[in-house]
Write a protein that binds this ligand. Sequence first.
Ligand code: NAP
Length: 322
Amino acid sequence: MRAVQVTRPDGPGALEVTEVDEPVRGDDDVLVEVHAVGINFPDVLLTRGAYQYKPEMPFVLGGEVGGVVLSAPAGSSFSPGDRVAATSTIGGLAERVTAAETLTFPLPDAVDLDAAACLPMNYLTMSFGLVTRGGLQAGETVLVHGAAGGIGTATIQLAVALGARVIAVASSPDKQDLARRAGAHETVPADGFKDAVAELTGGKGVDVVVDPVGGDRFTDSLRSLAPLGRLLVIGFTAGEIPTVKVNRLLLNNLDVRGVGWGAYALPRPGYARAEWDRLWPMLSSGALAPPVSARRPLSEAGAAVALLEDRQVLGRVVVTPR
Ligand SMILES: NC(=O)c1ccc[n+]([C@@H]2O[C@H](COP(=O)([O-])OP(=O)(O)OC[C@H]3O[C@@H](n4cnc5c(N)ncnc54)[C@H](OP(=O)(O)O)[C@@H]3O)[C@@H](O)[C@H]2O)c1
């Protein structure tokens, strides 16, 4: 079958579209015919050998897909022909992929396969992040960085659905428009966001900051929190891992909380599916609907991954192997 391989750690431009062996389904896996692959920032890092998980090369890139079940374990709740979303860390940028049954999810009729390919990683992460780690309550205010990205748009839609006010930080007017269309109540530019947030909140600050960006905005994020505020550490697209002067936490009664979805969910079979089932009504109603702005064929997977590295994506980009 055709697939997109990382053969050397030289970035998206070095990806190779090639013929590889068919994946072999393990006893607890589902074999999925891939219709769409959601590209995420971890894919960028994997092309450079810079992700926390370092698979042996060559490997097939692609962490989450929307597709149709070809075969499933005996006694499984899945049958051939079922439409699913699935996440597998790697292997998705191919005509077929295997995914653990525990990381394969049924779809409401309202969700098409392009959207399905953009759901598990970010929406499950942010459900865990906002609810379990962030303790978000209806009526609270959330500030989200990188708001027009995958984690950013998932955060906006989930936080709004949970009854929060959302202030979105994005670097360009186009990205701010996208964040508003995703449901953000207000948007502010990345440059000078602290003063803009202070003005929007009447000097009170926000209850939760969601930070998938890191870098030099971290201290201003802490300064933007109200007393008892929580800063959720999601990722570091800016490259630099920030450090915290803990006196800032003491002085204003703040928490910095790590959100590592995989580290929590993967050792707990059933956890991801339970979280998915909690999202089901919001998926069915269309409240959670990833904004897919670009589609590329498998032959252009490298260009699709480069769009993320170059900070060019509005919402999500998917690769369609069929
Ligand atoms: N903790 C977890 O369990 C978990 C799960 C999934 C993903 N993640 C992490 O979350 C982060 C975001 O992933 P994503 O898929 O949402 O990425 P994405 O769609 O590419 O969005 C990232 C956003 O980061 C901002 N950014 C700032 N500086 C950047 C730079 N130098 N290069 C690229 N983007 C930059 C951009 O927004 P502006 O241009 O508006 O600044 C961009 O929209 C990644 O670090 C990923 O590894 C963590």
